[in-house]
Ligand binder design. Sequence first.
Ligand SMILES: Nc1ncnc2c1ncn2[C@@H]1O[C@H](COP(=O)(O)OP(=O)(O)OP(=O)(O)O)[C@@H](O)[C@H]1O
Length: 467
Amino acid sequence: MMEALGKKRKGVETLGTCKKNLIPLTAVVSHLSLEYCLRRKKKCKETVVTANIGSSRSLVAGVVTGPPSGSACIDTPGRGLKRKIGCIDAATRMGRKKKIEQEYDLGAVIGQGKFGSVVLCRSKASGEECACKMLQKGEEIVHREVEIMQHLSGHPGIVTLKGVYEDADSFHLVMELCSGGRLLDHMAREGRYSEQRAANLLKELMLVISYCHQMGVVHRDIKPENVLLTTSGQIKLADFGLAVRITDGQSLTGIVGSPAYIAPEVLTGDYSEKVDIWSAGILLYGLLVGVLPFHGDSVETVFDAIKKGSLDFSGREWESVSQSACDLIARMLARDVSVRFSADEVLRHPWILFYTEHTSMTLFSQAKMKNHVKLTSRQLTVGPGMESERNKITASISLNDDSGLILSSSSSTKMLEGEDSGLVDVLAAAISRVRISEPKRSRLCSPVRIQQDCSSNIKVNSLCTAF
Ligand SMILES: Nc1ncnc2c1ncn2[C@@H]1O[C@H](COP(=O)(O)OP(=O)(O)OP(=O)(O)O)[C@@H](O)[C@H]1O
């Protein structure tokens, strides 16, 4: 298994040019390595900015952000690296007594980051296979990455950090293994995603992003390279090397991220957690059409496109994409941050609800099969203006006493044979007219306690008290 995975990853890395119908990897990969330059050059010494929070002023720096109020992690700019290393000491007291080699067998390289490699490893005690990220000492960023992974640990959509080991030259971060590879590689292999698949994937991702934001963490590097998959296909957000903690109303500065996915406000000044929504919007765009909206030959031209380029959904590649999907992308890629959707707003968008809510999909399938579904009493009729421009469809939506959406539709045969986007638009628009209650936190984000084996040094959901 260890060898097989190592070989698989090696193969994946060669996917630079693609066969017919596959997405060229370069079309979605963030090949311009901005964060590398910045990490090297600045070692994350981001600008310290001040922001008004109610009556108090708060200092925020990229590396030493203030924690959410009430959190145990309190730091102020000026505390040194030694203080931060205390965090790792506390988290890995047991692990540091032993070298990683005493507890794990190290195997093949399964990934290459810019600051070290990721290898397969197997617990000597339990036989469990994990991934081990090896980072050279001297990168302040390690401490923040560890602290944030601990802070977020326990959510099923986040790679669990199982332990941190240290030797003279490097840190070893032992993480749960995501054998399914990177989302980027799936996109390159499989080509454009269907709307249903993209919506389900985006929903999973947005649940994780929503959780991060609720926990006061901005990831700042959302991209398909950092979305890993398990063997069962569940997504796991990885690489918190650029993540930072933030409180409501605080703003961040410092140009970090991967150029093609960077939000415009990152380039011009203060920014907030909404940068993650922008990056996820770019990812959704890539999932649906296989290219990214803002690209260029150099970092500068990419940044120019991000600042000035407009979204264009009129190309051939968009013909089969529903207007509702385009609407969501436009809301996620709104340059005006005040109107850009939050993670929870994305999750409540009709396009997401349509493809991911059980009632909607059941009805959609029934509509496709029978071309006519009628199930209920209390009718909520889609108005006469709801006829799709692309497909001749009429539909009526009803809401039964159990709040299940009910559809009565008729549509052209042509649409049912292949072009579903019109029906999607009609239903999504209808769904948007139904009052959708505020999602309960438990529904949006239900962190589960991950069982960790006894070799783990990290307590689930423990907060680092050293910051
Ligand atoms: N838990 C894991 N399970 C399986 N593979 C992993 C895991 N973590 C990382 N990898 C692999 O290692 C690669 C590099 O990991 P990661 O992104 O964390 O490193 P990095 O140095 O921060 O990378 P980047 O260049 O994106 O900044 C990933 O793209 C992935 O292929």
